[in-house]
Ligand binder design. Structure first.
Ligand SMILES: [Mg+2]
Length: 189
């Protein structure tokens, strides 16, 4: 019986490129949120001996939210005060093809275009600005429990700050992180 020789075949599988998608807040995560300094500049009041106990500054200071909005509008354009290791990590992720989506309340004060300009001017790597947070993400890193809870991200990292220490996280959704080296150990890169 003749032996049938099958022609050599090369199966070309479509190359699936998996990219890590990261949703990242700015203030309180990438940059230090210097509430006392911002408040001192705007209201002339020294808060250094007080603890910022809540995320909403209007509640903390006992002033109208509109006034807080005005304060942030005037103060957000300054240079960033980076939290240790944040910028280096973002650069490393970007170089490895991780996708960085910025999700920040700054959009409210600056608008998307000015926020993008501020990010570029300050050499903060990013792919896009996320306004709603509705996309699918592997990780969401934020200091706002409310923002974290509202997204569909697989892993939600709560960056510890004085104003979120008392969050009860009753649905056990968050993993607390206290530094960018902890973030690196969880996310990798
Ligand atoms: Mg924040």
């Amino acid at each position: 019986m003749p032996v049938e020789v099958l022609p050599e075949m090369t199966i070309v599988w479509p190359k699936i490129v998996w990219r890590m998608r990261l949703l990242i807040d700015i203030d309180g995560v990438i940059c230090e949120y210097n509430f006392p300094k911002i408040v001192k500049n705007f209201f002339g009041v020294d808060l250094s001996s007080h603890t910022i106990f809540a995320y909403d500054l209007a509640d903390v200071l006992g002033v109208a939210p509109a006034l807080i909005n005005t304060m942030f509008k005037e103060q957000v354009y300054g240079p960033p005060n980076f939290i240790d290791g944040s910028l280096e990590m973002l650069k490393e992720w970007k170089s490895k093809g991780y996708e960085i989506y910025i999700f920040s309340n700054r959009v409210k004060y600056m608008g998307e275009v000015n926020l993008a300009k501020w990010l570029i001017d300050n050499k903060i790597p990013f792919n896009d600005i996320e306004v709603t947070g509705w996309g699918e993400y592997d990780y969401h890193i934020d200091d706002s429990p409310a923002k974290l809870a509202a997204t569909d991200s697989k892993v939600k990292l709560l960056y510890t700050q004085p104003w979120n220490r008392r969050c009860l996280d009753i649905r056990k959704q968050f993993t607390r992180v206290n530094s960018w080296s902890e973030i690196k150990s969880i996310v990798g890169g």
